[in-house]
Structure formats: structure tokens, C-alpha cells
Design a protein around this ligand. Structure first.
Ligand code: IPM
Ligand code: MN
Length: 369
């Protein structure tokens, strides 16, 4: 049989992005060798340095170029010398929108050996995913400023959703719950856990008590789509209460689905409960197009070039990419190896305190594949 070759666009980006991307690719290459597939990688140098040198944030045809790849692997975007907003909106958000990556998938999973600030909670309690709507809502809503700088100044930024955007997002969440249910034995859940409802549930996170227009649409759509998934349980939480339960009873959650801005906020909270930015990965998913996978930690300028940044998030982003490419066994294998390394090897998940350098952590994951 012909060896499968995946075309990957690599965007190392700024700060520590290139360092963690190198480790992610190292692990991906090792998995490819073991499972008999290969990567054809093309690197693009878009980011802060490129912008400062050329004045170009992103080439006109960037999205068209990326559409020719099977997936995009991204490091980090953000530069201390560039005004906030330019790179975030001009690169990260623009690619999400132009590639119609309408889902932001963020697993909140506490790996063994990783410290959590939540008292008396362990890996069996913190294991859920947030399905964040990724191209709509307040991020792309109608807005503007008029009479700027005067006492009459008006600023509007509105949360806009149409039915199609909500429906496809909610449907993805139910599909995700089914997939997690199917994977339950592999994820170490017993038949009792499954019966106890630890899995096979989608919770809508909204604000139906105040945002009575937008979340009316979300709520109706949620229960309508749920009818197609009689095997999956449903629940509802207001976003403020969601934050409370994510800290107090994270074991209640399996799949959480929410709008763009709420998802942005609750996934940073989730990331802290799973050990911080060093271990949190995310996928910007277009189920019918090109998806982009990233560690969610940012460019961490103060650690740049020191070899101390944690590459685990980038390695897990790589595993998520493999899962979406259909290389599920290889993806699970990487996750198992990360689990071993966090449990048995690493001293901490914080930059500079891991007990190993950035590249040594990558080596450990490769050795244990
Ligand atoms: C994220 C980030 C981005 C967002 C920023 C950098 C634009 O915070 O991926 O969560 O708000 O979506
Ligand atoms: Mn964010």
C-alpha cells in the first residue's frame, strides 16, 4: 500500500512558538515513522517579526494558500513590540474566519502527575471538552465607533448569531459526545462510570436569563438538535454558574458547548484547572475544510530562546491534529506517552521548573511512544 503523506502548513509564529512547534513536529515525525505515514511540511514565517520587518500582517492569499494543505500546525502569535490587536485580529482570527474554522475544541483534561489548583480533584474529575463557537458572536458582530473622543462618543459591538452558525456548532458538540462515549473504555472509564453518567452528556453554557434573544436561539436549537441524539443526555448552565461548577464540581461535565466569547473566557479558567497554559491545546476545526491546531499558551516573550518553555501543549495539539486526520491510533499513542511523561518524569508543568529542557521533554515523549 502507498504510504499516506499529509501536507502540513507549519506556522511557528512568535516568541516561544518556534521552540514548542519543533518539539511537536519531533513527536509527530516519530509517530509517523511508527505508524507508517509521513508528513510533507511547509513553513510560513507569518507573525510579529515578519510584520515589523515588512509591514505585512498576512499575505492577501494566505487563506487560499492554506486551503491546499491537510492541516495547519500553529505555534503562537503575539509580539511585545506590536500593538495588541494587530496580530491577533490580523493573523489568528483572520485565519479562523477565512478558513471557516467554526469550532474551537478545547479539551480540559488533567493528566496524571500534573498539579491542579482545585483542592481534592484528580484526573478522574477533570476530563471534559469545551466546544466553543469560533467564527461568530461578538467576535464578528456588527459594531463601530462614532464621534470618537467627544462626550457624544458611541461604541457598539454586538453579539450576532444566525441559526446556521448555532446549529452546526451544537451538532458538533453532540457528535463529540458520541465520540467520547465510544472512546470511554480507552479513556479508562468503567461501565459503572458510563452508567453513572460521567460521559455521554452535552451541557449548554449560556445566559438565557439576560441575553434573552441570542440564547433563546441557542436554547431552542440545542433542544431541537438533541432530538437527533437520544443516546446523549442534555443539561443547561448559565455561564457564571458554569465558572463556579468548573471549579467546584468539574466532574459534572463531559461536553460543554457555548458561544465564542463565553468559550474564550471559560477555556482559560479550564486551562488553569488542568495545569496551566503549558499543557492546554486547542483545535480550530472546520469539519469540511482545513483545521488549525495550536497550544493555547501564547508567545511567552520572557521565556523565548531559553529552552525552558513547556512543549506538552504543542505535542497534544499535534495529537489532536492526527486524530482529525484519521490517525487515531497514533494520536492515542502520543497521549499515552504524554501521560507517562507527566506522571513519571516531569517535576512541574511550569516553564523552567520541569526538571528537563524543552527539547528533553520532547525526547521523553518520543522515547515512550
Ligand atoms: C484564544 C485567544 C484569542 C481569542 C485571541 C488571541 C484573539 O485568546 O485563542 O482563546 O480571543 O480567541
Ligand atoms: Mn482566549
Amino acid at each position: 500500500m502507498e504510504k499516506k503523506v499529509y501536507k502540513i502548513a507549519v506556522l511557528p509564529g512568535d516568541g516561544t512558538g518556534p521552540e514548542v512547534v519543533a518539539e511537536g513536529l519531533k513527536v509527530l515525525d516519530a509517530a509517523a515513522a511508527k505508524y507508517g505515514f509521513a508528513f510533507e511540511k511547509t513553513t510560513f514565517n507569518w507573525g510579529g517579526e515578519h510584520y515589523l520587518a515588512t509591514g505585512e500582517v498576512l499575505p492577501e492569499d494566505a487563506a487560499e494558500t492554506l486551503k491546499k494543505f491537510d492541516a495547519v500546525f500553529l505555534g503562537a502569535i503575539g509580539h511585545p513590540k506590536v500593538k495588541p490587536g494587530i496580530l491577533e485580529k490580523g493573523i489568528l482570527l483572520k485565519l479562523r474566519f477565512d478558513l471557516d474554522q467554526y469550532i474551537n475544541l478545547r479539551p480540559v483534561k488533567l493528566y496524571p502527575g500534573v498539579e491542579t489548583p482545585l483542592a481534592n480533584k484528580g484526573p478522574e474529575d477533570i476530563d471534559y471538552v469545551v466546544v466553543r463557537e469560533n467564527t461568530g458572536g461578538i467576535y464578528t458582530g456588527i459594531g463601530g465607533i462614532s464621534q470618537k473622543g467627544t462626550k457624544s462618543e458611541v461604541a457598539i459591538q454586538s453579539m450576532v448569531y444566525n441559526y446556521m452558525q448555532v446549529e452546526r456548532c451544537v451538532r458538533f458538540a453532540f457528535e463529540t459526545a458520541r465520540k467520547r462515549h465510544k472512546d470511554a473504555p480507552w479513556r479508562g472509564l468503567s461501565q459503572e462510570d458510563i452508567a453513572a453518567g460521567k460521559i455521554g452528556q452535552v451541557t449548554l453554557c449560556g445566559k438565557t436569563n439576560v441575553l434573552t434573544f441570542v440564547f433563546d436561539l441557542w436554547e431552542r436549537t440545542f433542544y431541537e438538535v438533541a432530538k437527533d441524539y437520544p443516546d446523549i443526555k442534555t443539561a443547561y448552565c448559565h455561564v457564571d454558574a458554569t465558572c463556579m461548577w468548573m471549579v467546584k464540581n468539574p466532574e459534572w461535565f463531559d461536553v460543554l458547548v457555548t458561544c465564542n466569547i463565553f468559550g474564550d473566557i471559560i477555556t482559560d479558567l479550564g486551562a488553569m484547572t488542568q495545569g496551566g497554559m503549558g499543557v492546554s491545546a486547542g483545535g480550530n476545526i472546520n469539519p469540511n475544510g482545513v483545521s488549525m491546531f495550536e497550544p493555547i499558551g501564547g508567545s511567552a516573550p520572557k521565556y523565548t530562546g531559553l529552552g525552558v518553555i513547556n512543549p506538552v501543549a504543542a505535542i497534544l495539539a499535534g495529537a489532536m491534529m492526527l486524530d482529525f486526520l484519521g490517525e487515531t491510533e497514533a494520536a492515542k499513542d502520543i497521549e499515552k506517552s504524554v501521560e507517562f511523561v507527566t506522571a513519571k518524569k516531569m517535576k512541574s508543568q511550569s516553564a523552567g521548573k520541569m526538571g528537563y529542557s524543552t527539547s528533553e521533554v520532547g525526547d521523553l515523549v518520543v522515547e515512550n511512544l
